[in-house]
Design a protein around this ligand. Sequence first.
Ligand SMILES: NC(=O)c1ccc[n+]([C@@H]2O[C@H](COP(=O)([O-])OP(=O)(O)OC[C@H]3O[C@@H](n4cnc5c(N)ncnc54)[C@H](OP(=O)(O)O)[C@@H]3O)[C@@H](O)[C@H]2O)c1
Length: 332
Amino acid sequence: MKAAYINRYGGPEQLVIGERPGPECGPHDLLVQVKAASINPVDWKIRDGKLKLMIRYRMPLILGQDLSGVVVKVGSKVSRYKSGDEVFARLDKGNIGAFAQYAAIRESDAALKPSNLSHVEAASIPLVGLTAWQVMRDMVGLKSGQLALIHAGSGGVGTFAIQLGKVLGATVCTTASVKNGPLVKRLGADKVIDYRLERFEDHVKEPDFVFDTQGGETLLRSIAIAKRGGWVVSIGSVPTPRVMQEWGLPLWKQWLAAILNRKFTSLAKARGVKFDYHFMSPSGQQLAAIAKLLEDRKIVPVVDKVFRLDQAREAFAHAEAGHSVGKVVITP
Ligand SMILES: NC(=O)c1ccc[n+]([C@@H]2O[C@H](COP(=O)([O-])OP(=O)(O)OC[C@H]3O[C@@H](n4cnc5c(N)ncnc54)[C@H](OP(=O)(O)O)[C@@H]3O)[C@@H](O)[C@H]2O)c1
């Protein structure tokens, strides 16, 4: 089958578009004919080898973690899906490979594709949707009447998180450049701060929750303004020791994580702010709940651009430039 893969870690030149053997369908798996797959920053971070401390992959490695497609075969222990079902999923981190004509996904990671969405639209959702869901609903428990600051409202995560924030009843402020102001307002943002010209701390006072997608100075400045007792959750910084432990990584990596997070954790402690990193995980059950929001049109997908699989290098270059609005999608 045709796939976009790497033989070794490295820059954009390492991405190969060529033939690979089709995936095995295990007893708990669905073999899916991929109709669309979306790019996430984690794809080029894996290609670059930046996640080596967290997870090591065997080469050659087909990239891609988000897909929408049609089930063509089910494993012997699969009970909820059958051939012909249209599903979407975020693949398990140990079993990625969405940038291909076929992928094997765990039954527990899949959900039925929202009936009102195309495969391209559906493929844009799982990773960013689950990230926002797990942070805003499960971790923070964002409630009606609370104030949320979402960094990079025009990005893949941000476009979903703004809408989820409104579904949960929060007042949503977001940072975006001026050209993306109208879009993030349409998605529901109550206030837009032009991150290139303005300082967000001049416009947002004591938010109950800050969703940090940037790390570094933005994260530090976010902890500095969050409400006492409020939450700052980062997905764009360095994983905390808790995440390293959850992943079963050795003590020395947990210590390293503690050192790298020291300035964030000590400021959070001094200010009485809850701070943590979140690494999202797949969940078919949560994805089914997200599908309902999409079917009810409470949340709409935002697709920036669609590329063919044989244009995967161009698709990566476009997404990696860091200015896509919503998601970049690849079709086989
Ligand atoms: N830990 C996890 O589980 C997890 C899950 C998902 C994502 N992430 C991470 O979260 C980050 C964001 O992911 P994403 O998919 O949303 O990225 P993305 O879609 O590639 O983000 C691009 C968008 O970010 C905007 N942007 C760039 N710098 C900005 C800044 N300083 N302030 C405000 N907006 C800015 C850009 O707008 P302009 O063109 O205006 O600059 C662009 O629209 C990445 O680092 C990704 O790896 C982590």
